[in-house]
Design a protein around this ligand. Sequence first.
Ligand code: 4AD
Length: 458
Amino acid sequence: GYTWADVASLESPAEGARVRVRGAAAAVRAVGRRVAFLVVRQGAATVQCVVAGGGGMARFAAGLSRESVVDVAGVVSRPREPVRGTTQQLVEIHVEKLHCLSRAVPNLPITVDDASRSEEDVARAKALVHVGQDKRLDYRVIDLRTAANQAIFRIQCQVENVFRQVLLSEGFVGIHTPKLIGGASEGGAAVFKLSYNGQPACLAQSPQLHKQMAICGGFGRVFEVGPVFRAEGSDTHRHLCEFTGLDAEMTLRDHYTELCDVVDKLFVAVFDHLNTACAAELEAIQRQYPFEPLKYSRTTLRLDYDQGIKMLQEAGVHVDAMGDLTTEAEKKLGELVRERYGTEFFMLCRYPSAVRPFYTMPCSDDPRYSCSFDVFVRGEEIISGAQRVHDPELLAAQATARGVDVGSIAAYVDAFRYGAPPHGGFGVGLERVVMLFCGLGNIRKTSLFPRDPKRLAP
Ligand code: 4AD
């Protein structure tokens, strides 16, 4: 009999162990008529299998199309020369039985080898095939098999996991809010409208309204991991039409900076965890997409918006002190902060009220500014947060002033008429966190099946 084994842990069974593995035929090479080498891949791990001897098994192996799914049973042995390859095992399998469970088409639209190459490699050797982003995404199920992609989505899962773990330990409760709602939660633009049994409705642009209503419902601290829908019109490297939101909302004692304290604890824990527990995954990504490790400190730098504006102006960048920052200005500020403070992770606090959503609390000392903040990684926003208005009259007035139809969010405004504590929260874009931590440059790389303004398939 044979024992089922994982390719990644094949080194632990002793030499001579009889194992069975199932995986994809990553490479097939015939040597004469009686020997074939078959590389079997499982996740990001591969093992070389030697198919030798008569009975036609070597010929059968040589005829396998790449990416076909096979069962291999045989004996673990140590090759005379170690098999080369980054995730290759130091052992090989001498095959006694070979079955093909699913035959891949002989002409794959893209190959995992081509999709695994770094831009540098392709540039160096002109003969190599460059697989463009669109083609990768068209054939995403093949593209996802690269070592870098296997690592990216394992890292994404870890970010989500640490987010949950840290917030649970801080007394937050995980909730799920409706994604079919009656009115836009972030204000008019970029909303997918639909008919809810004849009634106008939309896909939630965030859990904003209902996470606040959960606070009104007596939960002191809540979080949610769930889909967020934005009808983004323009194609950019960092906007998706559907992404995963990591949201938190909590009552406040004195000041909105209590939110910054939670963000601080949370993200230092996320980054530390990635750097230690996910070192192998980061390496796999770096092999295809080289990047410098993120610079961050134990306590996160907090700058006021005014300070940020001043730094930009001193550097000769033209910015409106009471307006929003452009993507380029944010990027520039990220560089200035890195030069001056040596960190690529920081918070910008006290934004002008005019550039924040209608539910944002104005500062008590100067209502032109708000109790809000954004958080940046490598000069790009990953989080926005704020204290919320919990007075229903002020909330309705701010909504109307920003052109939000109060009628469509009446139940939300009313929620604050039955007793509502001071509170605030923040929202994180999961795909952005992974994209920016790993310096990937395009959010489509960190979405399993991205939905961008043009793409609804696969
Ligand atoms: O800045 P946003 O729009 O803020 C909110 O949704 C608030 N309700 C959050 C809060 O609690 N105050 O979105 C939050 C985060 C952004 O910082 C960004 O990381 C991400 O969500 N994000 C997007 N990610 C991908 N594609 C898009 N189109 C995104 N829009 C925002």
